[in-house]
Design a protein around this ligand. Structure first.
Ligand SMILES: C[S@@+](CC[C@H](N)C(=O)[O-])C[C@H]1O[C@@H](n2cnc3c(N)ncnc32)[C@H](O)[C@@H]1O
Length: 238
């Protein structure tokens, strides 16, 4: 499907009476390969079914700090982070089924035990979480929604950030990254003007790319296209 065809469908969705809430994603259907199909069966214990309630209850050690990643794509960087941080719990939320399948496949190979994933709109999942319950929310290379009429779909916005702020613990962090310079400027403008958040790089600055954040598929694509990568880490201060 061409980009124009996808965008035409998005506009159709916007016009549907019953589709009142503007979402930040576009569901794509693509076939699963054999190992992905097998992985969905084999690693069912890693896959949560929506509605999920308090995400912490799905771990053997619910008291451990929780990281939630929104839109993990194919999931490799999330698996690497979970593997590198066994003392934390990780939940990945994605609406792309091949991504969920690939993620649990790789987590199975890496014998990662502290990761759960689910197919759902992250906004709905966050709404079900108790306030002050998440230590880290990460959003890497979110869809930039480049056309002006789609800006309302951008995840980082004054409409959606209050939910993120409510669900983070005090001292918890929101970490985003993008390779799309206009979205980077937009993110900074939104996030620097959220009174409950503090820019850990200082107002007006992006955060130096942390070496502990593994490269993602969309990041690699951005770099190959010559794009600059901007990370932003904001701490909840009130
Ligand atoms: C541009 S891709 C980036 C994927 C990955 N983070 C990477 O860097 O390679 C954005 C992903 O976010 C997912 N997404 C967007 N909004 C979402 C939401 N509200 N809940 C769950 N997933 C979402 C999309 O399905 C898509 O796979």
């Amino acid at each position: 499907m061409s980009n124009d065809q996808i965008e035409a469908q998005v506009v159709d969705l916007d016009n549907l009476q019953e589709h009142r809430e503007i979402v930040t994603f576009m569901r794509r259907s693509s076939p699963l390969n054999t190992s992905q199909t097998t992985a969905l069966e084999q690693h069912r214990e890693m896959i949560l079914e929506y509605p999920v309630g308090d995400l912490r209850q799905h771990f053997e050690h619910p008291e451990r700090p929780l990281t939630v990643e929104i839109g993990f794509g194919m999931g490799r960087s999330l698996v690497l982070m979970a593997k590198a941080n066994p003392e934390r719990n990780f939940v990945g939320i994605e609406v792309h089924i091949p991504g969920i399948a690939q993620c649990v496949y790789e987590a199975g190979v890496a014998e990662v035990k502290n990761l759960r994933v689910l197919d759902a709109d992250a906004i709905q999942v966050l709404r079900e979480m108790p306030d002050n319950s998440i230590n880290t929310i990460q959003l890497y290379f979110p869809d930039p929604w480049q056309k002006k009429r789609h800006f309302k779909r951008r995840f980082v916005s004054h409409d959606r950030m209050p939910l993120v702020e409510e669900k983070l613990e005090i001292g918890g962090t929101f970490h985003s990254a993008t390779d799309w310079e206009p979205y980077a400027e937009w993110m900074l403008d939104v996030l620097d003007n959220r009174p409950r958040l503090e820019n850990l790089a200082g107002k007006g600055n992006s955060y130096p790319r942390p070496e502990w954040r593994p490269q993602t598929k969309f990041e690699r694509r951005g770099i190959e296209s010559g794009h600059k990568i901007n990370d932003f880490i904001f701490k909840k201060i009130s």
